[in-house]
Structure formats: C-alpha cells, structure tokens
Design a protein around this ligand. Structure first.
Ligand code: SF4
Length: 379
C-alpha cells in the first residue's frame, strides 16, 4: 500500500531553526496550486496501479490554504488515483492559523487526522524558536480540534531548546498529557546547517544545551509517555495503541510514496527521487509539461539492507530471520555476539532472533545501527 505527500511551501514567517522548504511570500499561492494540479495529472500513469492508503498534507503551513483550495486538491487526488475508502488523511496545522469552523470543515471533507505544531507549552521556548503563536493559541487549537470531533490528533513537541531546563521539559510533557492526544512526536532540536539558528550558535548568540541534558530529556520523555500508556513505536514517536501514524510507518517500511510540491521526495520499489527546492523552477517545469524532478537515485541491495536495518532498529522491531530471508544473507553469526553483549550491558532484550531495545538502548540507537551494518557485506 502506498502514500501520497503534499508539500505546501508557504509559512506566515520562517522559524529560525527550520530547514524545510517554505517561503513567506504568499502572492505565489495561485501559481503553486496550478502547478500542483498539473503535477497530480502527470502522475496518473505512474501511480495507476497503486492503492493509496495515506495522504499527508504537510509543509510549510498547509493551514494557510483556504478550505476551497484544500478540497479541490483532495477531489483531484480522489478522481485521479485509487484512494482507499478508509485512507488516513492528515493535515498539519499551526496554532493561530485555524479556528473551529475551519477544523470542522477539514473533518467534513474527509481529513481524519490532525497534526498540530505546538512545539512547546512554554512561552519562552516558543520565543526562542521564533514561533508565530502563543501557548494560549496552541491550547485553543487543541481544544477546538477535540470539540469538533477529531479523534486522531498528533501533537508535535520539541525538546533541547536553548535555555530549556529539565523541569520546563517535564512541565511540557505534563501539560500535553492533560489533552491525551492519540499521537505524540517529540523531537530534539537539531541545529540544521544554513539556518539562522546555526548562525546564532556560531556567533555565540545562543548556546545549545549539552548532550547529557538532552539525553536526560529523552529518557524522561520515554519514561513518562510509556507510563502514561503510549506505545514508543519509533525513536521520536509515541501513540495510543492502534494510533501509529500509518503514513510514517509506510515511509519506514519501504512502501511506495509519492511527493508533490517543491522539495517533496518520492520512492518506488528501489528508486528515490526528489523535486526541485524552489517554487519558481517548480512552476516553470510544470508549465512546460515536465515533472519538476531535481534528481534521483537507485538504491543498491546494500543500501536497501542498511536502510532496512536502520528502520527496524528505530521502530524497535528487528527480527533477524525476516531480514535474512528478504536479503538472502546470514546475519546470526555476525550479530549474535553484538546482541548478547548489549543484552548483558542492559541495552536490549534478545530472544529467538528478535531484538527489543529498552530506554537505555534507544539512547544509543544510532551507534547500534552503525555497528550492525558495518559487520555485514552483501557482496
Ligand atoms: S512553521 Fe513549520 S515549516 Fe514553517 S518555518 Fe516554522 S517550522 Fe518551518
């Protein structure tokens, strides 16, 4: 089963830490939408055989589009592709950009999952991140979403924000838990290259928090959320049982996905390609009837294996025999000693070829992945 991602590249104002492609100039929305509809048409023959299980409208800030514009896009997708009746359809919204009426219009038009970019319930954190909204607006958006009937709600939070203490982070988690969202994404703040935040760090205007405190925040997140009944189903993602994001799981299980809009990525079987990261060239290419693809790559068997190991560990569902038969390779001899040693050091449980990380294991997830893939050669 496959997925569709739509990248809506407009934001009210750029946040200092963000490296997603989006622009503040909304005078180009009309041109963008025209190009997006052309792109959807061009994909008809490519996606004709696929059953679409999830649609994700992200960005940028998709909630800046009008309801008419959103509905037109959804209708176009419905008439062009085979969208499953019970497809998971998510839209990202930023607090302060939607009201109750807009939220119920989303619901009436088939959007059944809402992802709210709260990021923090602390005013100072929001200020450091240069978010456009206040804590009150975030709470208002969550309450409105619940009151109009959304019952699959994600809240995005960020930790390791400069100036944040462990108790501020703990308060954040507690406030969020009051709303009992079905899904929580909690990411640590990454200082991305070429962002204003990176410049501020380089010029000592901002000091990132140290890695020990960041690890402490991550440990607290895992402990608090699992104690509150959430399943820790991926490094940074937690859900009530049965509410894992199908869309993200499709990415992590190497299902096919098709991305529309500037900078969007696509993947089919072993091929990955991505669109130009510039609205003007995106529109120009589509205007002349061409797909706006910047580049593509074919993943080798080794690439696919390495990614599968990474995804499996990050989703905490590594099963040795499954990987062995998929890639026709013997893994137990090379990996047994690694897993046994890690088990005796308290990082994971290893039983019948199934590996289960515990919280301590999640803290060193990347180095586990590195160790595993470095031991295997698929030649
Ligand atoms: S609202 Fe989201 S996409 Fe837009 S600049 Fe901020 S973080 Fe980036």
């Amino acid at each position: 089963l496959s997925s569709i991602y739509l990248h809506i590249p407009f934001c009210e104002r750029k946040c200092i830490y963000c490296d997603f492609y989006s622009i503040e100039n909304k005078s180009k929305v009309g041109n963008f939408l025209q190009a997006l509809h052309q792109e959807i048409d061009l994909y008809k023959s490519i996606i004709d055989d696929e059953d679409i299980e999830t649609i994700y409208i992200g960005g940028g800030t998709p909630s800046l589009l009008t309801i008419k514009e959103i509905v037109k896009i959804l209708n176009h997708l419905q008439t062009t592709f085979h969208i499953k009746q019970d497809a998971e359809i998510t839209i990202e919204v930023n607090p302060g950009t939607v009201n109750k009426q807009r939220l119920s219009e989303y619901l009436e038009n088939g959007i059944n999952r809402l992802s709210i970019g709260v990021q923090s319930f602390n005013e100072n954190d929001l200020h450091v991140l240069s978010r456009i909204h206040s804590v009150t607006q975030a709470i208002d958006t969550i309450e409105s979403a619940k009151s109009v009937g959304f019952n699959n709600l994600n809240i995005d939070l960020i930790y390791a924000i400069p100036g944040q203490t462990i108790s501020i982070w703990q308060e954040n988690l507690e406030r969020m838990l009051e709303f009992q969202p079905q899904h929580i994404s909690a990411y640590s703040l990454i200082i991305e290259e070429n962002t204003p935040l990176e410049k501020m760090v380089k010029t000592n205007l901002v000091s990132p928090i140290d890695s020990e405190l960041e690890a402490e925040m991550y440990s607290l997140t895992m402990e608090r959320l699992t104690n509150a009944g959430y399943v820790h189903y991926e490094v940074s993602n937690y859900s009530k049982p049965g509410f894992q994001s199908k869309h993200n799981c499709n990415y992590w299980n190497h299902s096919d996905y098709f991305g529309f809009g500037p900078s969007a990525h696509s993947f089919q079987q072993v091929k990955r390609w991505w669109n130009v990261r510039d609205l003007n060239s995106y529109c120009e290419k589509l205007c002349s009837g061409k797909l706006p693809i910047e580049n593509s790559e074919i993943l080798s068997k080794e690439d696919m294996f390495n990614e599968s190991v990474m995804f499996a560990i990050r989703q905490n569902k590594l099963q040795i025999d499954g990987l062995e038969s998929k890639f026709n390779v013997s893994l137990s001899d090379s990996w047994n000693t690694i897993f046994k040693e890690m088990e005796s050091n308290g990082y994971l449980r290893y039983e019948n070829g199934i590996v289960k990380l515990n919280n301590k294991g999640f803290l060193i997830c990347d180095s586990i992945i590195e160790k595993l893939v470095s031991r295997i050669s698929l030649q």
